[in-house]
Design a protein around this ligand. Structure first.
Ligand code: NAP
Length: 247
């Protein structure tokens, strides 16, 4: 219960990695705000599971690409819990295509959600955390942001951008007791990767030294570590949770 009394916002907490993060932070005692875009039922279900484990949890609809909805997410968190100790920028989408076939819309949508969404939430969190002189900001990058991947120029740009933003903000907030880190998952079994063609999956598996795909729980453990006191001297880092893919 190392996070008892702390409040965590997890964007994209309705399913996949985000839901696993909500549950893991709950096990450590944190109160949880489950952010989601459209899956109200799944988000309410995540919140209900957290409540059943003994913490306070609410689900809040907020499209992170919309500044007003991000502000409303933070307002609701403050009116309910009074503070934000942990922000997990997890919301993300992929719109894959080779660049010659990628539309401007596909590019913009991914950047707006994965990168600008994180920026908007980081900015709101920074104000509060600087005043509190305490905070943990953790953003979900990707092995693709570290290594690149054919067919994902938009996604890779957003995830590499998150790494640059993480390192810069870590420098800005270090003097105020706020750490800023990123987690870079490899191939994790969620809705996002469920539609991968078998051939692509096999090829990716061959590139994973540990020889298996990851689970949302594998990633959640890394996030919980960075959110906790054991990581209080770690900032500006990218923790790869990828079975060795990025080596
Ligand atoms: P997922 O199962 O597709 O879930 C995506 C989550 O993001 C959902 O909760 C979704 O909410 C939310 N979301 C999407 N667009 C949003 C928006 N505009 N505003 C707010 N929330 C939004 O994906 P996942 O695999 O768990 O991925 C989670 C994060 O990990 C993403 O950032 C992804 O890029 C990253 N990642 C995943 C993998 C992987 O292999 N799965 C690898 C590396 C990095 P709704 O349910 O309401 O739609």
């Amino acid at each position: 219960m190392k996070l008892k009394g702390k409040t965590a916002i997890v964007t994209g907490g309705s399913r996949g990695i985000g839901r696993a993060v909500c549950l893991r932070l709950t096990q450590q005692g944190a109160n949880i705000v489950v952010g989601y875009a459209g899956s109200a039922q799944a988000a309410e279900e995540t919140a209900a599971i957290c409540q059943a484990l003994g913490v306070q949890a609410i689900a809040v609809q907020a499209d992170v690409s919309r500044p007003k909805q991000c502000a409303a997410l933070f307002d609701k968190t403050i009116s309910t819990f009074g503070r934000v100790d942990i922000l997990v920028n997890n919301a993300g989408i992929a719109r894959d295509a080779l660049i010659i076939r990628m539309s401007e819309n596909q590019f913009d949508e991914v950047i707006d959600t994965n990168l600008k969404g994180a920026f908007l939430c980081m900015k709101l969190a920074a104000r509060l955390m600087m005043k509190q002189r305490y905070g943990r900001i953790i953003s979900m990058s990707s092995v693709v942001g570290v290594r690149g991947n054919a067919g994902q120029t938009n996604y890779a740009a957003s995830k590499a951008g998150l790494i640059g933003m993480t390192k810069s903000l870590a420098r800005e907030l270090a003097g105020r007791g706020v750490t800023v880190n990123a987690v870079a998952p490899g191939l994790i079994e969620t809705d996002m990767t469920a539609g991968l063609p078998q051939s692509a999956r096999q090829e990716m598996l061959r590139a994973i030294p540990l020889g298996r795909t990851g689970t949302p729980e594998d990633v959640a453990g890394a996030v919980a570590f960075l959110a906790g006191e054991d990581a209080s001297y770690i900032t500006g880092q990218v923790l790869c949770v990828d079975g060795g893919m990025a080596i």
